[in-house]
Write a protein that binds this ligand. Structure first.
Ligand SMILES: [Zn+2]
Length: 282
């Protein structure tokens, strides 16, 4: 699933391909992807031009010059690509097509059909429950360590599960959760409310650094992910534990193991990331 660095890479690669283009038609062969329904999209999108693309967490916000925003979540396998000629053959997994005035098309491909697009009035992002509840972006300016510590103290769950909770911090999925825990020498099963102040500080800083490094590398192409130009990311070469079970830990040589935490496959080093038996603060 594309996580924050991959969605940000899609944003950056897609913007120059569609910026300022006027939409003349929209069609779909899987209407469920368009949450407001095709007629609403046709009414409110056709005739408008793309001004910019923003991102919040794993959501793309495609801004139009008529005061509307398309909120797009790629879920498991969604991806965008642009063809310069509408006669370019479609893939059977292409489900939504935006045609532009210049004849080019933005196509949305989704093998699993889990992705969704929702039309909202720009500025009313809070009307989308998932966006309204979204935690801070993991940047130095927005991700406050004290507020993060407060949130962790309220969770008795495993730290891995808490990192996946988008209301705690936005944009982390399975890959980066495993990686930041390895970097921070934290066991994925450690209850969130038993982390020490020092551990929280380390984790907080690693979240910011790791996601930033992953964006710089164009994201991780562990599975099918590519950007809007079809380019793979390169951060998979920098992963330490994700998808590396049975291989030696880069720090100590112990073999990486895979377990399930809250139904999610979880990778860690049993030596570097011991589970501490600690009493929860009263
Ligand atoms: Zn290790």
């Amino acid at each position: 699933m594309p996580e924050l660095p991959e969605v940000e890479t899609v944003r950056r690669s897609l913007l120059p391909l569609i910026k300022s283009k006027r939409i003349t038609a929209i069609s779909t062969n899987w209407a469920k992807i368009l949450i407001n329904g095709l007629p609403t999209f046709q009414k409110d999108v056709v005739g408008a031009a793309v001004t910019t693309i923003d991102r919040r967490g794993k959501y793309l916000l495609i801004r139009l010059n008529n005061g509307e925003t398309i909120v797009s979540h790629l879920r498991m396998e969604g991806r965008y690509y642009v063809v310069s000629d509408a006669h370019t053959p479609f893939d059977k997994h292409d489900h939504v097509t935006f045609t532009f005035q210049d004849g080019s098309q933005l196509r949305y491909r989704d093998l699993r059909k889990f992705g969704r697009m929702r039309l909202i009035h720009t500025g009313q992002e809070q009307s989308v429950p998932a966006l309204a509840k979204l935690g801070p972006e993991p940047t130095p300016a927005t991700f406050d360590e004290a507020a993060f510590a407060q949130k962790l103290k309220r969770h008795h769950k495993a730290i891995k599960s808490v990192l996946l909770d988008q209301t705690v911090v936005a944009g982390i999925g399975n890959i980066y959760a495993d990686e930041v825990l390895w970097l921070s020498r934290l066991n994925p099963l450690q209850p969130a409310d038993t982390l020490t102040k020092k551990e929280i500080h380390t984790l907080h800083d690693n979240i910011i650094k790791e996601l930033d490094a992953a964006i710089a590398a164009g994201g991780t192409s562990a599975h099918t992910y590519v950007d809007a130009e079809g380019n793979r990311g390169s951060f998979q070469d920098a992963l330490h534990v994700y998808d590396r079970e049975g291989t030696p830990c880069d720090r100590c040589g112990t073999l990486i193991v895979k377990i399930k935490v809250g139904q999610r496959g979880t990778h860690y080093c049993p030596h570097c990331q011991p589970l501490h038996q600690r009493r929860r603060p009263a």
